[in-house]
Design a protein around this ligand. Structure first.
Ligand code: APR
Length: 245
């Protein structure tokens, strides 16, 4: 099987699991330790911004402690090789970590935002701030001033919360419509709109492949599935598709 000319890859928390980053819905996952309504919704932020900042500060502080794994590296290699062969491999991730970039992926479409960025939403939750987005590695808090407008109290993680619109949706839909192959890696298929991508791709005649630890909720919708740890199955799939020995 030669590399499909136009591929869209979707990743979820499972691609970073072998780097030691917790997934969300596994038994020891993030949502087994926190109530997502308290730490990952606009209402939770309005009710207790300090708790939300603490939740994201702890995850942001953990970023330097983890490193890309063989799955991130294989995806970066696949993207480079697809481009070298005159095709494309667009990487859409639900993850807010920076492991794809650190593995060498250049174009990474973070549809749920990025932990290493902060946004000025204004002094009161829900009031428009200057909207500036800044690279951010330090802690955030109510006293944090926006480097662009100086307002405090409105800086928030540049992360999409439940109930908010994911980013880059028009671009993602256009990429799926133009794709020959859709590859879903390390996601449970629990959260829309990402969980709907396979259905949209399938309806447009796109070949759909799932690479995951175990069959996801949408496994039935895929043409092919390879199951195991991402750091094993992703490099193996990339070698097969690129025709490596
Ligand atoms: N290798 C491959 N897959 C794995 C591994 C691994 N080592 N470990 C776990 N998985 C799989 C799990 O079987 C599961 O199907 O990764 C998937 C992780 O699913 P979730 O924890 O639900 O994470 P994800 O699908 O990314 O969640 C989507 O939900 O809470 C929101 O915004 C959050 O982006 C997240 C979204």
């Amino acid at each position: 099987m030669s590399a499909p000319p136009r591929t869209v890859i979707l990743t979820g928390a499972g691609v970073s699991a072998d780097s030691g980053v917790a997934t969300f819905r596994d038994p020891q996952g993030v949502w087994a330790q926190y109530d997502h309504r308290e730490v990952a919704t606009p209402q939770g932020f309005a009710a207790n911004p300090r708790l939300v900042h603490e939740f994201y500060n702890a995850r942001r502080r953990g970023l330097p402690e983890v490193a890309p794994n063989l799955a991130h590296e294989a995806i970066a290699r696949f993207q480079a090789e697809a481009a070298a062969r005159g095709g494309s491999a667009i990487l859409v991730t639900q993850n807010v970590d920076d492991l794809h970039e650190r593995a060498g992926s250049e174009q990474v479409w973070h549809m749920h935002g990025e932990l290493a960025k902060a946004r000025c939403d204004g002094p009161e939750p829900g009031t428009p701030g200057c909207g500036a987005i800044h690279p951010w590695t330090d802690d955030l808090g109510l006293e944090t001033a926006c480097p662009a407008c100086g307002a405090t109290g409105g800086m928030r993680p540049h992360v999409v919360w439940f109930g908010e619109m994911p980013m880059l949706m028009e671009e993602i839909e256009a990429a799926l419509a133009a794709a020959d192959c859709f590859v879903s890696i390390g996601t449970s298929g629990s959260v829309y709109p990402a969980a709907g991508f396979v259905h949209a791709a399938r309806a447009m005649g796109v070949k759909c492949v799932e690479l995951n630890l175990e069959p996801s909720e949408n496994a039935y919708a895929f043409d092919d599935g390879r199951y195991g740890r991402a750091s094993d199955v992703v490099p193996a799939w990339v070698r097969e598709v690129l025709g490596d020995s």
